[in-house]
Design a binder for this molecule. Structure first.
Ligand SMILES: NC(=O)c1ccc[n+]([C@@H]2O[C@H](COP(=O)([O-])OP(=O)(O)OC[C@H]3O[C@@H](n4cnc5c(N)ncnc54)[C@H](O)[C@@H]3O)[C@@H](O)[C@H]2O)c1
Length: 257
């Protein structure tokens, strides 16, 4: 590490950081000098991300956490603040996609979506806020989706929860701007990660999804997780110092098409 990264001296927590976008974001934050607390449901995947960061000379620690578990989430955030004396960035990222229409999704599917896509973000932000407020600022990034700004076919639980979390982000931004805590939503479109595997299977395999992506997305391709990580870096750092309550859509133009 060169020691002149834009996040030098900052402490970041990333949930769902064991794979895909969360992992790429955690690596990007560490590359810019942040100490990253890697909090994934899977202990193995948490360790893998820490090892990837360490192999590039970055600083990270694994704190496997199920963000739906309130005592575990409380321990994650309180423990981080206690060990490091600060908390500058929270990327609350883990999410779930339950597919189906109003008549297909049962109440359990809606509850599971709400629990992870809204309630866990609420709790994470709520627990991080006193530390950020006390130290005079911070950046909270909540992963929504471009499904939070437009509507997919047959995705009632996903779009409802992803829209709701943007409303929550904006409300927190309004209330906590005076404390210099910025809160923004990250709204990716198609990103090539394991998250889409169930949907790809449902569509009939890789070839079918590639044709779909080519047709439906103006840029004609998926994003890589590393491309999305650039936006995470932007939202986490002072480069977005005057941005709060924003839903940052990066979806190759899908939502405007
Ligand atoms: N990949 C995409 O195309 C895409 C597009 C838009 C939004 N998103 C959003 O990004 C997030 C995940 O996407 P990804 O592509 O990084 O997925 P991914 O499947 O590559 O990784 C998700 C990680 O989250 C972890 N996780 C799951 N439940 C958890 C829990 N309860 N507590 C802690 N960790 C948990 C998993 O173990 C996994 O390592 C979701 O919020 C999703 O809605 C993804």
């Amino acid at each position: 590490m060169s020691g002149d990264g834009i996040l030098e001296g900052r402490v970041a927590i990333v949930t769902g950081a064991g794979s895909g976008i969360g992992q790429a974001g955690a690596i990007a934050l560490a590359n810019e000098g942040a100490h990253v607390v890697v909090a994934d449901l899977s202990a193995d995947r948490s360790t893998e991300t820490v090892e990837l960061i360490a192999s590039k000379g970055g600083r990270a620690e694994a704190c496997p956490t199920d963000v739906r578990d309130e005592p575990a989430l409380t321990a994650l955030i309180a423990g981080t603040a206690e060990r490091h004396g600060r908390l500058d960035v929270l990327h609350s990222h883990a999410g779930i996609q339950v597919a189906g229409t109003l008549e297909q999704v049962e109440s359990g599917g809606m509850d599971a979506s709400w629990q992870l896509n809204v309630r866990a973000h609420f709790m994470a932000a709520r627990l991080a806020m006193p530390h950020m407020r006390a130290q005079g600022g911070g950046s909270i990034i909540v992963t929504s989706s471009n499904s939070g700004v437009f509507y997919d076919h047959e995705m009632i639980a996903y779009t409802t929860s992803k829209h709701a979390v943007i409303a929550m982000v904006r409300q927190i931004a309004v209330d906590y701007g005076k404390h210099n805590v910025r809160v923004n939503a990250l709204c990716p479109g198609w990103v090539d990660t394991p998250f889409n595997e169930p949907f790809i299977a449902q569509m009939g395999g890789r070839e079918a999804i590639e044709a779909y992506v080519k047709e439906k997305i103006p840029l004609g391709r998926w994003a890589s997780a590393e491309e999305v990580a650039e936006s995470i870096l932007y939202l986490a750092s002072d480069r977005s110092a005057f941005m709060t309550g924003h839903a940052l859509v990066l979806d190759g133009g899908e939502a405007i098409y």
